[in-house]
Design a protein around this ligand. Structure first.
Ligand code: NI
Length: 169
């Protein structure tokens, strides 16, 4: 089922999400709604709070691991994801977000990370990645802590964006 994607500055995007105690039908239905919504609007990832559900569930296009052009998207669900930094060296990628309209900006994050989570069967899964893929893992997991990529950009860029959004409303 398609769900509306919350747009900044909706305060629900700043709320911390609850861990999933059990991977049950309710969580599988949530994951399906997230997948339907993501494939409809287009993108490489989505987090549950973006559709207003504050549970620790994200979807990431894992085909990015191959970093090959024109690879078909391959969406995987990650429940209770935890990020571990494997290489803390700062690395910049151009990021955007379904919940942050009309803005893409360079964000500096640790270069290489691992993500540990549960899959839809409740089994542990582990992925690792760097560059844009690694940034995507960190970006989606950030959503579960109420953080957006614009929380990582300079004060100046952020104020300009806030001003522009205020005008738009
Ligand atoms: Ni996002």
């Amino acid at each position: 089922m398609l769900r509306p994607v919350l747009q900044y500055p909706d305060p629900r995007l700043a709320r911390v999400s609850e861990p999933v105690a059990e991977v049950d039908d309710e969580i599988r239905a949530l994951a399906q709604d997230m997948l339907d919504t993501l494939t409809s609007v287009g993108g490489v990832g989505i987090a549950a709070p973006q559709i207003g559900v504050h549970r620790r569930v994200v979807i990431i296009d894992v085909s990015q691991e191959n970093d090959a052009p024109d690879h078909p998207q391959d969406f995987k669900v990650f429940i209770n994801p935890v990020i571990t930094v494997l290489d803390p060296a700062g690395h910049e990628e151009l990021e955007g977000c379904l919940s942050v309209p009309d803005l893409r900006a360079k964000v500096k994050r640790p270069r290489r990370v691992a993500l540990d989570a549960l899959d839809l069967d409740g089994k542990p899964v582990h992925i690792e990645g760097e560059g844009y893929y690694g940034a995507c893992m960190q970006h989606e997991t950030d959503h579960l802590d109420g953080k957006l990529f614009i929380d990582h950009i300079s004060y100046l860029k952020r104020s300009l964006y806030d001003k522009k959004m205020k005008k738009k409303r």
